[in-house]
Design a protein. Structure first.
Length: 370
C-alpha cells in the first residue's frame, strides 16, 4: 500500500513530539514493503524555530538516524490531486492548518479512492473543542486518537465506531538500552516548558525532590522563559537546552533515572494518555518515576514497570531508593523493557494501522493489501 502523511514537520522535533512517533511508524511501514510519502508545510513553526536556533546543522541528527525518510514541502499554491492520485491511505495530523485539512478532504470529495484519516495526538479536542469543530472533516473516514479518553471525546461528537485508539509507541530501532553499561550519575528530565501547563507540578515532583534528595538534575527542552530558567537555577538544576530526539538514548544512558510529569490536561481531562517520553524512556532501559497519572487503559503496570509518586515526599523517597538500590533499578528496567517489546513498539502500531485500514477498506469496497 501507499501511505501519504501530512505532518507539521518530519524533519524537526523542536517542540514537536509527534515527529518521534511518525518517524518510527513510517520506517516500520517501509520495512514491511509499503511505500510512504510525507508532506510538510513550508515555514512550519517547529522547523523555523529549529533553524533559527541551530541552523541547518540542527537537522543532521534526523538525517543520520533516518536516512530512508524524507519529506516534500507544500504551500497554499500546491495542488494535492496529483499527490494523492495513487494513495491508498492518507493521514492528516491535527497540527495542520484548517486549509490543509479541507484541501485533502476536497480531493476525497472529488472522487479520491483512498482512505482518509485524521490523526490527533493533542488535548485540543477537549481543551478547545471549537477549534476541532471548525475543521472540515466531513469527508474523513475515521479518526486515529492517541488514547481512549480522546476517542471518547470524538465519539461524543458523532464519530461512533469510526474513532480508533492508536497509541504512540517507541521506535526500538533507535530507542534501546546502551550496548555497554557505563557509569550513570544524576537524574534527567527531557521536556518543554509549555505555557504553564505543569509549572507547579515540575516544582513539586521534579525540582524540589531532586534537590532534597541530593540528586543532580539535568533538564533538556525548549521554550523556557527567563522566569523558568531562574527557577531551575534556584534549584541547582542544569539547563541543557534543546536535545535532538535521536540523541535522547545516549543521554538516558548517562543517568540513573528519569521523571514523567504529565501536563495538567492529561491528568484532569484526558487520563490514561502518557506522553511518548514514557514509551521512549522504558525502551531505553532507564528507571522511570512518574508524577500522578491514571493508567486507565492498562498500558503498563505501575510499581512494576515504573514507580509512581503521589506526593513530593514520596518522589523524594523513590529517587533515593532508585539511586541506592541496584536490584530495584534492574527490576524496573527489565519489566519496562518487556512491556515495550511485547506491546508498545512502532512495529505494533504499524500492524494496528494496517488492520484498521483493512477493516475500513472492506467497508468502502476498496482492496487494501496489508
Amino acid at each position: 500500500m501507499k501511505f501519504v502523511y501530512f505532518t507539521h514537520s518530519l524533519t524537526s522535533c523542536w517542540n514537536h513530539g509527534n515527529a518521534h512517533f511518525l518517524r518510527g511508524v513510517l520506517r516500520e511501514l517501509q520495512s514491511g514493503g509499503h511505500e510512504v510519502a510525507v508532506y510538510e508545510p513550508k515555514g512550519a513553526w517547529s522547523l523555523a524555530n529549529l533553524l533559527a536556533d541551530h541552523g541547518e546543522q540542527g537537522l543532521q541528527p534526523f538525517h543520520e538516524a533516518y536516512p530512508e525518510l524524507a519529506s516534500t514541502m507544500f504551500d497554499e499554491t500546491s495542488g494535492f490531486e496529483r499527490t494523492l492520485a495513487d494513495a491508498d491511505v492518507v493521514i492528516v495530523h491535527e497540527w495542520n492548518e484548517p486549509w490543509v485539512v479541507a484541501a485533502v478532504g476536497g480531493v476525497r470529495r472529488r472522487g479520491g479512492r483512498f482512505l482518509l484519516f485524521f490523526h490527533d495526538t493533542h488535548h485540543r479536542a477537549v481543551s478547545d473543542p471549537q477549534a476541532i469543530r471548525r475543521l472540515d472533516l466531513s469527508r474523513y473516514d475515521a479518526v486515529l486518537a492517541f488514547g481512549a479518553t480522546l476517542v471518547d471525546a470524538y465519539r461524543r461528537e458523532g464519530w461512533g465506531n469510526r474513532a480508533f485508539v492508536w497509541h504512540e509507541a517507541a521506535d526500538i530501532r533507535l530507542f534501546r538500552p546502551p550496548a555497554e553499561e557505563g557509569h550513570r550519575r544524576g537524574l534527567v528530565w527531557i521536556g518543554n516548558w509549555g505555557d504553564g501547563e505543569r509549572t507547579a507540578e515540575l516544582e513539586t515532583f521534579l525540582l524540589r525532590p531532586a534537590k532534597a534528595a541530593g540528586v543532580g538534575l539535568d533538564v533538556y527542552g525548549v521554550r523556557y522563559p527567563v522566569p523558568a530558567l531562574a527557577m531551575l537555577a534556584g534549584y541547582a538544576a542544569r539547563y541543557r537546552g534543546w536535545l535532538p530526539n535521536p540523541r535522547v538514548p545516549s543521554v538516558f544512558a548517562q543517568h540513573f533515572a528519569t521523571i514523567h510529569v504529565p501536563r495538567r490536561f492529561y491528568v484532569d481531562r484526558l487520563p490514561g494518555i502518557p506522553t511518548i517520553r514514557v514509551f521512549e524512556a522504558l525502551a531505553c532501559g532507564i528507571p522511570l518515576i512518574c508524577a500522578p497519572w491514571e493508567d486507565i487503559e492498562g498500558l503498563f503496570e505501575p510499581g512494576r514497570d515504573y514507580l509512581v509518586a503521589h506526593s513530593e515526599a514520596e518522589m523524594e523517597r523513590h529517587l533515593a531508593a532508585v539511586r541506592d538500590d541496584p536490584d530495584l533499578r534492574r527490576s524496573l528496567v527489565a519489566n519496562g523493557l518487556a512491556a515495550i517489546r511485547q506491546r508498545h513498539t512502532c512495529a505494533h502500531r504499524a500492524a494496528e494501522l494496517l488492520a484498521i485500514a483493512t477493516e475500513l477498506g472492506s467497508v468502502r469496497g476498496l482492496e487494501m493489501v496489508a
